[in-house]
Design a protein around this ligand. Sequence first.
Ligand SMILES: Cc1cc2nc3c(=O)[nH]c(=O)nc-3n(C[C@H](O)[C@H](O)[C@H](O)COP(=O)(O)OP(=O)(O)OC[C@H]3O[C@@H](n4cnc5c(N)ncnc54)[C@H](O)[C@@H]3O)c2cc1C
Length: 562
Amino acid sequence: EVYQSLDAFPLNLTRSFDFIIAGGGTAASVLAGRLSENNRFNVLLIEAGNDTASVIELIIPAWATKRNDTEFNWRFVSEPMEGLNNRTIDIPRGRGLGGSSAINAMVYTRGSKDDYDNWGRVTGDRRWGWEALQPYIRRHERWTGATGGRDPTGQYDPKVHGYRGNTQTSLGWYEPSDFDLRVRRNGVLQSEEFPNVLDLNAGKPIGATWIQSTIGNGERCSAARGYLTPSARERPNLTILLNTYITRVLPTPDNVSKKLDIRTVEIAPRYGGTRRALTASKELILSGGVIGTPHILLNSGIGNKTELEALGIPSIRDLPDVGQGITEHVSIAASFTTVPLNQTTIDDATALEMWQQNRTGPLTERFPNHQLLWFRLPKNATLFQTYKDPSTGPTSPQFVWGLDPTASGTLVLLSPYSRGTLKLSSSDPFARPRINYNLLSHPYDLAALKEGIRSLKRYYSGPAWEGYITGFTGPDPDVLSDDQFEQVVRNGAFTTLHPVGSAQMSAKGSKGGVVDPELRVKGVSGLRVIDASVFPYVPAANSQAAVYILTERAVDMIRDRW
Ligand SMILES: Cc1cc2nc3c(=O)[nH]c(=O)nc-3n(C[C@H](O)[C@H](O)[C@H](O)COP(=O)(O)OP(=O)(O)OC[C@H]3O[C@@H](n4cnc5c(N)ncnc54)[C@H](O)[C@@H]3O)c2cc1C
C-alpha cells in the first residue's frame, strides 16, 4: 500500500514492521523490493518526496533536466570552497521514490575490478571484491539490447550482463555515425594508449567504450520503476509512506543489552509538524543517500561528540567519521575545434512523435555522444614522482571524457585526493547541512587535470583525427603559465554529481569509519546504513551501478541474518 502523506497514514496500525527503510531512493527501492519478496517480512519504506514512477519528464530520457525543481530535487548548495576560489556549487540530489536514480543522467558504468577489490581490501572482507560480487553485479540487471531493436553486436559483451534482474539497461537507438567509426579507427591506430574496449562494464574500462544506460524500451528505468513495480506495490507486506521527513533515529528505551540499540525512526510531515516514532522489530535501515544519511545520523546525536554538543545535541554515539571523507569527481571543460560539422538534427515535434509511436528517436537518449574515452596517464608521468597514484589499480581509469562530435566536453578526474565534509548548521533537523567537498584542496588533483589535458591533446593528434580536428581552444597547460592554468581550473571546475563516502564502511575492528563490512553502524545494534554514503572510495565510474551492486549484496547479508 502507498500512503501519500503522514496524515493519511493510520495512527493505530496494528501491523508491526520487521524492517523500516528510512529514505526511499536508489538503494531503498532495491531493499524494499527485495525484502518484501519474502512474505514473512513486513516492510515499511519512508520517503521525503513524492512518487516519481509516472512523471513523464522523469520517464523520457532526454527530458531529465525539465524537472530540476525542488519537487524532485533537494537542490543543496555547497559552502564556498577555497579550492574553487571561494565559489559555491549546486548539489542536486533526487527527492522522491527512486531518489537520484529518478533524476540522474542514467549512464550505466559499474567501475573497475580494482575499485571493488579495493573495497574488499579496506574492509578486510573479501565479499566486497570483484569476483565475489559477480552474482550481485548480474542480479540487479536486465540487459535489453539496443533501443529500437537495432543489432548491437560488437558494441557490448553479452557474457558480462545480467538478463533477469530489475534494472533495465541498454545501448542507444542510433546506428554508429561517421564520427563513431572514426573513434573506433583511432582506437586501432592508437591502441597502446587509447584502445577500443568492447564493454565498459567488464572490469577494465580503459579506452573508447560505447555508452550503456539504465534505459529500457526508450524509458528511464529508475530504482522505483525497476523494483517498486505495480505488482510489488500490491504486496500486502510492503507499505510505502511518501512526503514524510525523517528527523532522527532514536535509541530503544527499554533496551536490556549493554549495546546501544537503535530501531526507531522519528518522522514528521514533509514540511514540518507533529513528529511520530515508529519502531522496527528486526532492523532499521538508513538509506538517505550521501547527504541525507549523515544528516540524519548527526541530528540523532551520532557523530563527532564535541561538535554535536556544541550545537546542543546530546551525543548518543561518538563516531567522529560521520560526514567525513566525502569524495566527488572533479571536472573541467575543454574544447578542441573541428572542421565544419554537418550534423542533422530531428526537430522537437518529430522527436516526440517518434518516442510516442515506438519509443525511438533522440528523446530516448540523455546525451548526444555515443562513446566515452576512459584513460590512465602514462606510467612514467613525472607527476607520479611527487604523488602516489590515488587510483585503485591498473584496471581503473584515472579520467573520462565524452566523445562528442564537437570535440568539446568535460574532462573528469575519477580518483581525486581531495576529501570533503558534511556538518550540521543547527540543531533543527529541517535546517540544511553545511556541505564542503573541498574540491581541488589537494595539489595532486590540479596537477592531474593538467596531465589529463595533455593526454587529450595526444588523443586528438592521433592519425584518425587528421582532417577533422583543427585545433585546441584550451585550457592549454602548454600555452598558459602555471598560474594562469591554475586560475582557469579553480574558476571553472565543477562536479559530475557522484559524491559518496559520508558514512564509510571500514574493517570490523577499525576505529575509523561509520559502518562495519556488514553495513551495521559501529557500536550499535539494529541499525544499518545502505546507500552511497558507505563507499570508502568513489568508483572510477558513475556511481549508480555501484549502489545497485552494493545493495543487492547487502540484501543477502540481511536475509542471512534473519
Ligand atoms: C542529477 C544527477 C545525475 C546523475 N547522473 C548519474 C549517471 O548518469 N549515472 C550514474 O551512475 N550516477 C549518476 N548520478 C549519481 C547516482 O544517481 C547516485 O549515486 C545514486 O542514485 C545514489 O543512490 P543512493 O541510494 O545512495 O541515494 P539517493 O538515490 O539519492 O536516495 C536517497 C533518498 O533518501 C531520501 N531522503 C534523504 N533525506 C531524507 C529525510 N530526512 N527524510 C526522508 N527521506 C530522505 C531522498 O529524498 C532520496 O529519495 C547522478 C546523480 C544526480 C543527482
